[in-house]
Design a protein around this ligand. Structure first.
Ligand code: ZN
Length: 261
């Protein structure tokens, strides 16, 4: 049986002499497909079956997986490939969504979200440390892990002062109520506003906010904790992302042990 679908290549693994096994996020779910000979530069499948290519695929049902018959590239996201931090984040996003393995309508929403994130990264319209919590939190929300961010769980306070987001339960507490439970606040007002925006905003407005770097750092830390509790699995690509991000920062700031750099 033959089928035609749009899809984003989440993983392209070399096999045999010049073949690639692809993991493709389509609007109905993730499929595996063999792209025979696609590593050869002159092969007709070469340009549309690379990592993070968004392409139109014509697939045949093979014995164990689909076989790519034709592929026409629509978007390559060069700006992701040109930057090691962006690439590391994209690889983490790909592993993250592969783990959640969405199906049906959710797959279509998750595909749109990931394409938008890759676009913002590729066009350098947002930095990786901005895109990462947006992607993680919105993906979890779309997957059904909706955090309760409307107000403090104990006293219904909804603004003013710092708050505590309990990543283990997905619930919010004001600083006073958190203290009674033995927790300290982990969100300032801007980080909480960003969490609410990412969780509740319409698709078109998702990326339309700005946030100061220190609040972004708090947001990133809390959202990553939430990921940890929702998806109980260590991500190798997340470790890699943090290692290249740390390296990038060290390059930027110079070597603190050597004031001449
Ligand atoms: Zn409270």
């Amino acid at each position: 049986m033959q089928t035609t679908t749009m899809g984003l290549v989440l993983r392209a693994t070399k096999t045999g002499e010049a073949d690639r096994v692809l993991s493709i996020l389509t609007p109905t779910g993730i499929v595996s497909a063999m792209a025979k000979g696609s590593l050869r530069l002159k092969n007709k499948l070469h340009s549309a079956t690379g990592l993070f290519c968004y392409s139109e695929f014509t697939l045949f049902e093979g014995r164990t997986m689909y076989v790519v018959d034709e592929a026409e590239v629509r978007e390559v996201f060069w700006g992701v490939h040109e930057d090691v931090v962006n690439m590391a984040l994209a690889m983490y996003c790909a592993e993250f969504i592969s783990t959640l393995s969405p199906t049906g309508d959710e797959a279509a929403a998750q595909l749109r979200l990931l394409l938008n994130c890759l676009y913002y990264l590729s066009e350098k319209r947002r930095t990786a440390d901005f895109i990462k919590p947006v992607y993680e939190l919105r993906t979890l929300t779309q997957a059904g892990f909706l955090p309760g961010l409307v107000a403090c769980t104990d006293c219904v306070k909804y603004e003013g002062g710092p708050f505590f987001f309990d990543a283990a339960t997905g619930l919010l507490y004001c600083a006073d109520c958190a203290a009674k439970r033995g927790f300290s606040a982990n969100l300032d007002a801007a980080a909480l506003a960003a969490m609410r925006h990412i969780t509740y905003s319409e698709d078109e407005k998702l990326f339309g906010f700005s946030i100061a770097q220190n609040s972004l750092f708090r947001l990133g830390t809390v959202v990553e904790q939430y990921v940890h509790y929702c998806v109980d699995k260590p991500f190798k690509t997340l470790e890699f992302y943090h290692s290249v991000l740390g390296q990038g920062r060290a390059d930027l700031e110079g070597d603190p042990c050597n004031p001449n750099t």
